[in-house]
Design a protein around this ligand. Structure first.
Ligand SMILES: Cc1cc2nc3c(=O)[nH]c(=O)nc-3n(C[C@H](O)[C@H](O)[C@H](O)COP(=O)(O)OP(=O)(O)OC[C@H]3O[C@@H](n4cnc5c(N)ncnc54)[C@H](O)[C@@H]3O)c2cc1C
Ligand code: SF4
Length: 538
C-alpha cells in the first residue's frame, strides 16, 4: 500500500502530526493519504504517562477541543513539592517549571483515544495491532516506508498454520513517532549517524499505579511531587501523585537510569516509597486498579539527534523532546509532530518534493518548543553531583540565569554508569503486604499484558553467553532487578551454574533493558502486533 505519509506510532506525536497534515490538506483542498501504524491492540493500549498536560500544543492544534469533548476535565489546582527523609518530610518551594496553573490532570491514553477519533474524522487511516518491524529503503538508500511484522511465526522461527506475512507500507515520507527509545529509530540513528553531533540520550524509568481512593483522601486536581527518600542523594529521581476525577489517584516514581548500584530495583523503590508516613495515608482503604512502566527521555536539548534523513524524520519522544524539569513531554511531542507535518505538507506540494525535509528542524528552531528545551538544558545534568548540588544549581540557573547560562552541561550514556557489584552495597527491600505494596508479577497481571506465546522472543541477545559470563559475574545480574515486569530471571542451568530465562510474555514494553543493560547486549525488537500491555487509562 502506498501513502503520502506513513506514521509509526499512535501516541501524541504521531496523532498530532496526522491531524495537522489532514487539516492543512483540507484547508488547501488537496487530498493526501496519511496512515498510522500502532503496535498496541488499540490506540492508547501502550500509552503510559503521568499525566499533567500543558495544553499549549493542543490549543494550537484543535482550539475548540472543549466543545469537541476532549477528555481534559480536571484542572490542576494546587502544586506541592516535598522533600522526604526516612521518617519525615518538609515542603520545598515549588520550582517554576513545576507550577501547573492552567494545566490538566489527565489520562494520556484517553487523550490519545480522543485524538485518534479526531484524526479518523479527518480521514487518517489508523491500524492498531500492527507493529512496524522493519524500515524499507529504496535503491538510493532513501527511507521508502516500513514493513509490519509477520504474524504466526513460531518460537522456532518457522511459520505456524496462523502465518500471515507482514505488510509493506510505502510512503513519500515516513515519520517515526515511536516514543522513548524507538526500536526502528535506533536503527535509523545508526544508519544515518543521526547522533554523531549530540550528547548521548539519557533516560529514566517511570513506574506508575492507578488507585481508587476513599473520597475523603481525594482532591481533584491536586498535584504533589517528591524528592529524597527512598533514593540516596546520588540517585536522580522522585515521585508524582496526581488526583484525577472519580476518586482516582495516580502514583508514580521515576528513577534516572544513570543509577550506579546494580542492586537497585526501581520497582521495589516505588513500592517502598508508598509506605512513607507522608504518602501512605492517601492509600488507606484504597484499591489498586492498574499498573504500568515506561522509560522516559531525559537527555533534553543537548541530546536531540539530527531529526531528518532522506525520506523521513523523527518526532516526539523518540527524538527526546521531553522537558525534564517539568516532567512533561506530551505538549512538546505534539508540537514536534505538528511542525514536521507543516514542513512535510509544504514539501509534498513542491513539483519535486525534496528527499530530506530539512525545513522541519529549521521551523522547529523558531517555535516555543526549542526555546523551552534550551532554557531547561542544564537542569538534569546538574544533578550528576547529587541532589543538593543539583537543586541549588537549578535554582540559580532558573531564577537568576533564566536558562541562558553561557555554558551547557553534558550527558553520559546510562549503561556506562553501573558499578561492579563488588563495589556496591546490596539493598534489602521489605516484603510486599498485598495491600499497599505488591510484587512484580501481580502488578504485571493488572497491566493486562498479553503476548502470543508461540513466537520468537522479542528480547534478543547479541551474545547469549554475556548475561551469565559478564552481567551475572560482574554486576550480579542487574536485569533481574531493573526490569519492572520480572522478564529476566537467572535460574539453575542443567549441569550446574546459572542461565538467563527470558519470560518475554510479561514484557510491558518499557525499553529499560535495551537502555540499562551494561553490556548493551539486549536488543528490544517489536513482538507480534497487538502484543504487550493493554492499559485502560494510563
Ligand atoms: C512515568 C511517566 C510520567 C510522565 N508524565 C508526564 C506528564 O505528567 N506530562 C507530560 O506531558 N508528559 C509526561 N510524560 C511524558 C509523555 O508521556 C511523553 O513525552 C509522550 O507520551 C511522548 O509522546 P510520543 O507520541 O512521542 O510517544 P509515546 O506516547 O510513547 O507513543 C508512542 C507510540 O508508538 C507506538 N510504537 C512504538 N514503536 C512502534 C512500532 N515500531 N510500530 C508501531 N507502533 C509503535 C507505541 O506503542 C506508542 O503507542 C511522562 C512519561 C512517563 C514515562
Ligand atoms: S523486558 Fe525490557 S522492555 Fe520488557 S518490561 Fe522488562 S525491562 Fe521493560
Amino acid at each position: 500500500m502506498t501513502y503520502d505519509v506513513v506514521i509509526v506510532g499512535g501516541g501524541p506525536a504521531g496523532l498530532a502530526a496526522a491531524i495537522r497534515l489532514k487539516q492543512l490538506a483540507n484547508q488547501a483542498g488537496r487530498d493526501i493519504g496519511v496512515c498510522i501504524v500502532e503496535k498496541g491492540s488499540e490506540i492508547g493500549a501502550h500509552i503510559m504517562s503521568g499525566a499533567v498536560l500543558e495544553p499549549r500544543a493542543l490549543n494550537e492544534l484543535i482550539p475548540d477541543w472543549k466543545d469537541k469533548g476532549a477528555p481534559l476535565t480536571v484542572p490542576a489546582t494546587d502544586d506541592s513539592f516535598l522533600y522526604l527523609t526516612e521518617t519525615g518530610s518538609f515542603r520545598l518551594p515549588t520550582p517554576p517549571q513545576m507550577n501547573n496553573h492552567g494545566n490538566y490532570v489527565i489520562s494520556l491514553g484517553n487523550l490519545c483515544r480522543w485524538l485518534a477519533s479526531q484524526a479518523e474524522e479527518l480521514g487518517v487511516e489508523i491500524y492498531p495491532g500492527f507493529a512496524a518491524a522493519e524500515v524499507l529503503y529504496d535503491e538510493t538508500g532513501r527511507v521508502s516506508g516500513i514493513a509490519t511484522g509477520n504474524m504466526g511465526v513460531g518460537k522456532d522461527g518457522q511459520p505456524t498454520p496462523e502465518f500471515q506475512p507482514g505488510v509493506e507500507l510505502r510512503a513519500t515520507y515516513t515519520l517515526f513517532a515511536e516514543g522513548c527509545r524507538g526500536s526502528l529509530t535506533k536503527t535509523l540513528i545508526d544508519r544515518f549517524g543521526l547522533a554523531k553531533e549530540c550528547d548521548p540520550q539519557t533516560y529514566g524509568i517511570g513506574i506508575k499505579e492507578l488507585w481508587e481512593v476513599k473520597p475523603e483522601n481525594h482532591k481533584p486536581g491536586k498535584v504533589t511531587h517528591t524528592a529524597g527518600w527512598p533514593l540516596d542523594s546520588k540517585t536522580y529521581g522522585g515521585s508524582f501523585l496526581y488526583h484525577l476525577e472519580d476518586n482516582q489517584v495516580v502514583v508514580g516514581f521515576v528513577i534516572g537510569l544513570d543509577y550506579e548500584n546494580p542492586y537497585l530495583n526501581p520497582f521495589e523503590e516505588m513500592q517502598r516509597f508508598k509506605t512513607h508516613p507522608a504518602i501512605r495515608g492517601t492509600f488507606e482503604g484504597a484499591r489498586r486498579i492498574a499498573y504500568g512502566a515506561r522509560a522516559i527521555s531525559e537527555g533534553g536539548f543537548q541530546s536531540i539527534p539530527k531529526l531528518t534523513f532522506p525520506g523521513g524524520a523523527l518526532i516526539g519522544d523518540t527524538a527526546g523532546f521531553l522537558n525534564v524539569p517539568k516532567i512533561k513531554g506530551s505538549h512538546t511531542a505534539m508540537k514536534s509532530g505538528m511542525t514536521a507535518a507543516e514542513a512535510i505538507f509544504a514539501a509534498l506540494g513542491e513539483d519535486a518534493p525534496p528527499a530530506e525535509v530539512t525545513a522541519y528542524p529549521e521551523m522547529l528552531k523558531k517555535t516555543w518548543l526549542w526555546d523551552e528545551l534550551y532554557t531547561a538544558r542544564n537542569i538534569r545534568p546538574s544533578f550528576h553531583k547529587g541532589f543538593l548540588a543539583g537543586f541549588l544549581y537549578s535554582a540559580i540557573d532558573t531564577v537568576l540565569l533564566r536558562g541562558r547560562a553561557p555554558w551547557t552541561l553534558h550527558n553520559h550514556a546510562d549503561h556506562t554508569a553501573l558499578k561492579p557489584a563488588k563495589d556496591c552495597t546490596p539493598i534489602a527491600y521489605p516484603k510486599p503486604d498485598g495491600k499497599l505494596t505488591f510484587d512484580r508479577l501481580s502488578s504485571v497481571f493488572i497491566s493486562n499484558t498479553n503476548h502470543e506465546e508461540n513466537q520468537p522472543s522479542h528480547l534478543t541477545l547479541k551474545d547469549a553467553s554475556v548475561p551469565v559470563e559478564v552481567n551475572l559475574k560482574i554486576y550480579d545480574g542487574p536485569e533481574a532487578r531493573f526490569c519492572p515486569a520480572s522478564v529476566y530471571e537467572f535460574v539453575d542451568a542443567e549441569g550446574g551454574g546459572k542461565r538467563l530465562q527470558i519470560n518475554a510474555q510479561n514484557c510491558v514494553h518499557c525499553k529499560t533493558c535495551d537502555i540499562k543493560d551494561p553490556t548493551q547486549n539486549i536488543n528490544w525488537v517489536v513482538p507480534e502486533g497487538g502484543g504487550g500491555p493493554n492499559y485502560p487509562n494510563m
